[in-house]
Design a protein around this ligand. Structure first.
Ligand SMILES: [Zn+2]
Length: 222
């Protein structure tokens, strides 16, 4: 059986199982969406937003591209941000990168002349790498360089999103979080928390395990 036939059969099975476990599930989806979070992630097939966060259909409004890049001159991502904030009124925006990101790695290699679209997309990453060359040069290996640049990239995208008028001027500004996913263990680390403590850990090297972040957030919410 070829791949796409298999996918269609899996869809039939998923739809039947979903309806069986919750007979009103699809009625709920058909009514409309009210996701509470916007996810900006990498297109990498190993970091599917809903699966790694145990979310269900309807939970996340998702935009993914190579190396989870945000640009205010990109109508694609800007339209997603605009709709998420102004229409869906999401509470949280999550930029989630991942260690071992191929797009980030490409920014540290010679520009791929045979992939002009990719090269244009990752140009800001090349500039980011240049701006942090002193720190990146101190990394002990190429993998460590890629991973540190992946972290710096997430934080740069968070700052860029926070700086948009869409977020700044929103009646209820969403919290913008910076996360990074580990392919080696499937765990997410918090690089930049949302508004609760938006400056916390921003400049530190160490990422915060989600469990620690949640504990801190719960404490602050009391
Ligand atoms: Zn990636």
């Amino acid at each position: 059986m070829n791949r796409t036939k298999r996918m269609l059969l899996e869809n039939i099975a998923w739809a039947a199982e979903s309806a069986q476990s919750d007979p009103r599930f699809f009625d709920g989806l058909a009514v409309g969406q009210s996701p509470k979070a916007l996810w900006l992630g990498c297109s990498d097939s190993r970091v599917p937003a809903e699966i790694v966060t145990n979310c269900a259909p309807g939970d996340l409004f998702v935009h993914r591209n190579i190396a989870n890049l945000f640009s205010s001159t990109d109508d694609n991502v800007m339209s997603v941000l605009e709709y998420a904030v102004q229409v869906l009124k999401v509470h949280d925006i999550i930029v989630c990168g991942h260690y071992g990101c191929g797009g980030v790695k490409a920014a540290l290699l010679p520009i791929p002349s045979d992939l002009p679209h990719v090269a244009r997309r990752i140009a800001p990453l090349c500039a980011l790498a240049g701006a942090h060359s002193a720190e990146l040069d101190q990394c002990r290996s190429g993998d460590e360089q890629v991973n540190r640049l992946a972290e710096l990239n997430v934080m740069a995208q968070v700052r860029a999103i926070r700086a948009t008028s869409i977020v700044r001027d929103a009646a209820h500004s969403p919290s913008v979080h910076g996360w990074i996913f580990g392919l080696h263990d499937g765990r997410i680390k918090v690089l930049m928390a949302g508004d609760l403590h938006s400056r916390h850990n921003e400049s530190t090297r160490r990422a915060v395990p989600v469990r620690e972040y949640l504990h801190t957030a719960e404490t602050m919410a009391r």
